[in-house]
Ligand binder design. Sequence first.
Ligand code: ADP
Ligand code: MG
Length: 376
Amino acid sequence: MADFHSVYGAAPAGVWAAPGRVNLIGEHTDYNDGFVLPLALPHTVRAAARRRSDGLLRLYSEQGDGRVTELRVADLMPGRVEGWARYPAAVVWTLRAAGHEVGGADLWFDSDVPTGAGLSSSAALECAVATAYRDLYGLALSAPELALLAQRAENEFVGVPCGVMDQMASMCCREGGALLLDTRDLTRRQVPLDLNGQGLRLLVIDTRVKHDLADGAYAELRAGCERSAQLLGLRALRDLPYAGLKPALDRLPAELRPLVRHVVTENVRVEQAMALLDAGDPALLGPVLTAGHASLRDDFRVSCPETDLAADTAVRAGALGARMTGGGFGGSVLALVAAGALDAVAEAVTTAFADAGYARPRTFAATPSQGARRLV
Ligand code: ADP
Ligand code: MG
């Protein structure tokens, strides 16, 4: 690859790619041992790479800071690496912490996954590194094992307490389907998502905003969920069935009730979505998505004016359903639309944003794509 060569003066040993993801339904359930239903985007982080034998890790990204970051693999420690280089360094550190004897590498990245848009560019970057390292160092690690290592990298080295959905989606999704994942035991199944065959499109609207409260709020919400499970004597909120929701809410302090209601009803929505997709009825997903948005807005309270405006406008302009996707406080919205209405819905949202004085959103249609893989 020409650009790898211009940075490192040699050819790479190979090129790997890992996708971003959009989550169809199942939001804030992955740290409650619940269910999620993401699909991989056609957008990927590509990593061109070669092994080094001197213990150096060299990192360069077309979307980075314009310079090569050089690190000594043996010296990697959480807290010692700054900026975007933390993500790839984290994966190498985690592989070693897990007992895999890996050394240095030259890594060059290029990506078309929007960053900070709730589409998991961070997981795509981690999974591209994990997959490249698997092959460069001949590691006998499966896709879910690499996903768990990448999650641990983000948790322990980068310092983001994310659940396992993003990395599992980037590693394990397949073309033409969504990944039904039980985040308790990582059992999973490909659920068919034939949008084109049904004259449907999945419109992704990146609002281009990320509100500052995102990080602190995420940790707080997570703690609230864990506390609720504890008060109810459950291992996780996943263990509260919908039939037990009402009596359980009566036993909780008022401030925790909406959190629990969201998680329990969201798991039900994943089940509903799965049944509709299995039955070959993706067009009927619309109301499930819209109900999911209302729950995130009113109960979990992680939407914001921009995502509300995008979701509401999409539905008013003819989308079958729409909801925010990702952690919230900005990021992206997905809308299920009839193919013929795609442009009109995208335009309506763009106009509404202009009228509200918001930045112009980025819109694109997502097709369910392949998870992490070697390209060359
Ligand atoms: P998201 O995962 O939703 O895109 P995050 O805040 O979790 O948002 O991760 C975004 C961060 O990941 C960026 O700020 C950057 O540090 C890093 N990142 C993602 N893609 C790249 C890339 N191609 N090159 C360099 N850094 C990247
Ligand atoms: Mg991320």
